[in-house]
Structure formats: C-alpha cells, structure tokens
Ligand binder design. Structure first.
Ligand code: GAP
Length: 448
C-alpha cells in the first residue's frame, strides 16, 4: 500500500470518479450498502473476470455454477448455519448501541462508556418469507455464502460434466450477512459478492491440495500487480477455525485499516457432503471407476470477496506523486483490471479534430474498452484518466490531420510516442499485454 492512501482518500476518489456511491444517497444513504458507478462496475467486473479466467477458463479440473440465492431452509440446518453462524452481541444499556463482544477491548460501551448487557448469540443470516403467507413455514434465508449451492449440486455437476476427481466447482455471486459492525467502506458490508471454489478431492490428498491452493491464490493477487510487501499468509490457530474446517489460511492485505483478511483457504474435510447426505437422505459419495473405490470427497475451498478484492486492488494501485511541482493522483491498476484501457482525446473540441478522433475511437473500441472524451482542457482530461487508472491515452492534434499520426501517453511513466494510426491497434495490444514503454510500469514486472 502506498503511504499516501487512506480510506477517506479512496472513498473520495471513488465518489468523484464514479467508482462507488453510497446506496440510496438522496434519502440519506443506507448504512453499509454501496452502489458501483459506471467506472466501478467495469472495474469490479474485471476483477471477477480475472478470477473466473484463472479459476475456470484456464483449467480442465474446474467448472462453473450459478445457484439461486434462496435455497431450501434445511440446507442451512445441515450446513450448521442455523445453529452456529452467529456472533456474540452486547448492547449498551445507556445508548443502546450494539457491539460484537469479541471485538471489544473493555467491558464498557466504546461510544458512551455505558454498561453493557451480557453477550447473546446473534445469528447473521437474513430471513425473509417466500410466497404470500408470512408464517414460520414460509421462512427462507438469503445465503450467507455461495458455497452451499455448490455442495447441494455436487452430484448434478459430477454426472453432467463427466469429470473425474479432483474436480472444482466455482461460483461468483451475492451473499448476505447481517453483520453487527459493518464498516470501513466496502470492506465489511451486509450485502457483498463472493468468488468461491469448492475443490473435491480424495481423502488423504487433501493436505497437499490445501497447500497447492494457498500458493495459487497468493500468486493470483501478485499476477495482477498487487505488491508482495502488502500481502501475507496467516495460518489459523485451532481455536479460530470455523466449525467445518480442519485447517485454514488467510490471505491478508495491508489495508489502510491495517492487516485484514482478503480471502480464506479452508480444508472443509467431508463435513458439508456428509451433512447434506444425512439431512437429505441422498448418498453423496463418489465412486472412482478407475480404482473401484467409493468415498466421500474432502473439499478445499478458496473463498474470496469480490468487493474486498476490488478494494485491495484500489488501495494498492492508489499513488500520489509529484510531477512538475504538482501532486498527481494515479491509480496504477493492472491493465486487465483497468475499467478503461484506452482513452481517446482530441486535443480540443475543435470540429476539425472530431471526425478523425471519432474514427480512431471506432477503430479501437472493437479491441479495447475505450472512452472518448473531448470536454475540458487536455490536462484535466489526463487527470481524470490517471485517477481511473487508464493505462493509455491517445491524443489527436492538428498535425494528426496532416500526417495521420497520433500520440500515445503511458499512464505510469508519462512517456509519449507518436505513431501512424494504422499501427495503433497492434501497438496497444502489445503494450497492454505487458510491454509498457516506461520503466516503472507496474504490470511489466507483474507479468514477467
Ligand atoms: N464459504 C466460506 C466463507 O464464506 P468467509 O471467510 O466467511 O468464508 C470469505 O468469507 C470471504 O468473503 C472473506 O475473505 C471476504 O473476502 C468476503 N466477505 C465475508 N464477509 C464479508 C462482508 N461482510 N463484507 C464483504 N466481504 C465479506
């Protein structure tokens, strides 16, 4: 993390440039709910696409899934969430603020110093009713993790994908938790997106696969330019483990709020398949036709937050640097994550420049996410593109009309080259793939 970055600066940049807005802002906002704006939606989608590409598209041993958010209520009894997915809640007897007892250092209210109630378990699942009758029989939960949709579909996927174990099933989607203390921008919210993969293996090979996935997941972040000095792996102590886990290691990131969990990689053993076999009465064991063995698979689960990863990539890319006596704010995002890859900027709004600039933009947008911008001074437009992390700006000036050449500006080094329009697409493709022409372009090293 750059020393300059604070959560306030990130919140302000996100609002200013259209990454993230407070939900329902015109009504005073809804606590801990956030909306991704035009730039943010592209950015977050790029994070999810990079995850999907690495976890599903580039592998033979992982397939995808997209399950419903509401599931049969027994799923959550079998998974242990009805019984154990709770945090210890205390309430201040004076100001009635509620706190998580396990996060308090003292036995008094952090807000007013008042006396606290004894802790009681508060279940974090959101409840709602399905259908027209609001009675106990109609209660359903919004899923608190995407994982359970994968477990209950294990048999469907194995039979229809005609794959053998080891086999992973991946899913990206919304999860909901009625967190007692959400906060720190998008770090902890009540509605968020997860990127989860359940990797089903033969018991006995689970520890090896656990290490494998811990390494892979660390590498995913660094391959997208995250600085290794801001990442660390933290093994859970036995008393920290979730009710289903035999081992767990967190990928932690040095957020502006300090080292915090970015992703957990857990060895869930056969807990979930065993529970769902028991509660559904369906045998979810796997028969290996090559060894003639039947067993209940163990599961290794890398579970990441899409919003939390996006926040970490933003924090990591946020840079303030002095250029010609002024401070420049720039997001040094990996090109794969940048919401806009190439900005097309006519030097001014002059009508002689527009046709050529539009033509260049039309040519480029078939290959890249582009943004055409002809408002304000060129300096202000560069500043906007720097702040949303656009790797390259292409400018069209009056000389371009004569020689059919344009200028490309590199976001990180600020180096500029001039080249014929017909070479533009190929040159940008090469540069976006890693061959930046500055010396300090972040992704050049990350890709090596
Ligand atoms: N299936 C396992 C599971 O859900 P978890 O550690 O509770 O494990 C996995 O969650 C990841 O989901 C976390 O590492 C984090 O990135 C993200 N996450 C969890 N709760 C979150 C919240 N309230 N707000 C934002 N992201 C959250």
């Amino acid at each position: 993390m750059s020393e300059a970055v604070t959560m306030d600066k990130l919140v302000s940049l996100c609002k200013r440039r259209g990454f993230i807005f407070q939900s329902s802002e015109i009504y005073g906002g809804l606590a801990s709910c956030w909306d991704y704006g035009p730039v943010g939606v592209e950015f977050k989608r790029n994070v999810k696409n990079a995850w999907w590409r690495s976890m599903v598209e580039t592998r033979d041993d992982v397939v995808g899934l997209d399950c419903s958010i509401m599931m049969h209520p027994t799923v959550w009894k079998a998974s242990g969430h009805v019984e154990s997915f709770s945090d210890p809640l205390v309430e201040c007897k004076v100001c009635h603020m509620r706190w998580r007892a396990d996060q308090l250092e003292k036995q008094a209210c952090p807000s007013c110093g008042g006396e606290l109630t004894a802790p009681r378990n508060f279940n974090l699942m959101f409840k709602t009713f399905m259908g027209a009758v609001e009675d106990d029989a109609a209660v359903v939960f919004l899923r608190p993790e995407t994982a359970q949709g994968i477990f209950v579909n294990f048999e469907n996927v194995v039979t229809t994908s005609r794959k053998r174990l080891p086999l992973g099933i991946a899913q990206i989607g919304k999860s909901f938790r009625n967190e007692i203390t959400p906060g720190n921008f998008t770090f902890r919210t009540r509605e968020f997106e997860q990127m989860e993969m359940e990797f089903f293996v033969k018991p006995g090979t689970d520890e090896e696969w656990f290490r494998y996935w811990a390494d892979e997941r660390y590498k995913w972040y660094t391959s997208l330019g995250m600085r290794p000095e801001n990442l660390r792996m933290r093994e859970h102590a036995k008393d920290e483990l979730a009710h289903y886990a035999k081992a767990c290691v967190d990928v932690e990131y040095l957020f502006p709020i300090g080292w915090s969990e970015l992703e957990g990689i857990a060895n869930r053993t056969d807990f979930d398949l065993r529970q769902h076999s028991k509660f559904s009465g369906k045998d979810l064991s796997y028969f290996d036709t090559q060894t003639n063995e039947r067993f209940l698979p163990y599961v290794i689960e890398p579970s990441a937050g899409a919003d939390r990863s996006a926040l970490a990539f933003l924090a990591d890319a946020y840079t303030e640097e002095e250029v010609e006596g002024a401070v420049r704010t720039v997001l040094k995002l990996h090109p794969a994550l940048a919401p806009v890859k190439v900005a097309v900027l006519p030097l001014s709004k002059n009508e002689r420049l527009s046709p050529m600039a539009r033509e260049v933009n039309d040519k480029l947008r078939h290959s890249f996410a582009t943004e055409y911008d002809d408002t304000q001074s060129i300096g202000r437009r560069y500043r906007r593109q720097d702040e949303i992390g656009t790797p390259f700006c292409v400018t069209i000036d009056f000389e371009s009309l004569e020689d059919n050449q344009v200028t490309i500006r590199d976001r990180d080094s600020l180096a500029q080259i001039r080249l014929p329009v017909e070479n533009l697409v190929d040159t940008l493709k090469t540069k976006l793939a890693g061959e930046a022409f500055g010396t300090d372009s972040l992704w050049a090293g990350a890709r090596a």
